[in-house]
Design a protein around this ligand. Structure first.
Ligand code: NAP
Length: 249
């Protein structure tokens, strides 16, 4: 677990982002680092992407720790939080971003497929919240990344939508249970990054349904995380949509 050292020894807040080495998670980690936090970057495997992400975080002046865990493996998740406790001493922010997404129409869906989505997208964030809480002091903050599909289902992504609906209720339940010490909020993005397998016709159709006439960006989501952590002291249990108005239909 390499640590990239700072010249200053001033105590700084520490934030953990799951799925922090690619796409949306990486952008959130960079925004938190730029806002003055030391970063714990979670990845499934400590590969070159993790090294590159840690270097990008370190370039902002923050310390970067890499932790590795398959989030569907309870023991690995528990080990990860023990390591974080030893390395960082505590946690001020947790962002649950890691998730799986995939074509999964209901008719041929196996129970194992269903479990795969629920274990990764709902049970893992639940475990991370519970274990992070033990490292947090009053004033700490959790942000879960949900999806507009939590409330407006996609036809062919049934277990994904169910898992994200669960994240919304996880957020509200923990917000109530842990107030006033820990604020727990969620962000529901609309599309912010297309997948490689989506063709131009599909992409154009998605854009046409967004009142703001563009898909979002990972930066839009990262700014919402910073808002919830830094500028929303009286906000807990909120689900903040970052969808260009898509869910107004
Ligand atoms: N992209 C969008 O347009 C969009 C829209 C709405 C909501 N969201 C939500 O925003 C978040 C980030 O989206 P994204 O598109 O950036 O996601 P992504 O590209 O699919 O990346 C997700 C991350 O989660 C990690 N991950 C998945 N399963 C894991 C497991 N079992 N153990 C450990 N790590 C695991 C992946 O690791 P590997 O790289 O090793 O697989 C990857 O680093 C997700 O919660 C997603 O549901 C995204």
């Amino acid at each position: 677990m390499p640590e990239i050292k700072l010249e200053s020894d001033q105590p700084r807040a520490t934030a953990l982002v799951t799925g922090a080495t690619v796409r949306v998670g990486l952008e959130i980690a960079l925004a938190l680092a730029r806002s003055g936090r030391d970063m714990v970057l979670h990845c499934r495997r400590h590969d070159q992407r993790a090294e590159d992400a840690a270097a990008a975080v370190a370039a902002t002046g923050a310390r970067a720790f890499i932790v590795e865990a398959d989030l569907t493996d309870q023991q690995a998740v528990e080990r990860m939080f023990r390591d974080i406790g030893q390395m960082a001493g505590g946690l001020d922010i947790l962002v649950n971003s890691a998730a799986v997404f995939g074509f999964s129409p209901p008719d041929n869906l196996s129970v194992a497929d269903f479990d795969h989505f629920i274990d990764t997208n709902l049970k893992a964030p639940y475990m991370c919240c519970i274990l992070a809480r033990k490292l947090m002091k009053p004033g700490a903050s959790i942000v879960n990344i949900a999806d507009v599909a939590a409330e407006r289902p996609f036809r062919n992504h049934v277990p994904y939508c169910i898992s994200k609906a669960g994240i919304v209720m996880l957020t509200r339940s923990l917000a109530k249970a842990w107030a006033p010490d820990i604020r727990v909020n969620a962000i529901s993005p609309g599309t912010v990054l297309f997948r490689d397998d989506e063709d131009e016709a599909t992409r154009a159709a998605v854009r046409r349904r967004i009142p703001m006439a563009r898909i979002g960006t990972p930066e839009d989501v990262a700014k919402a995380v910073i808002f919830l952590c830094d500028n929303a002291a009286h906000t807990t249990g909120a689900i903040l949509q970052v969808d260009g108005g898509r869910s107004l239909d």
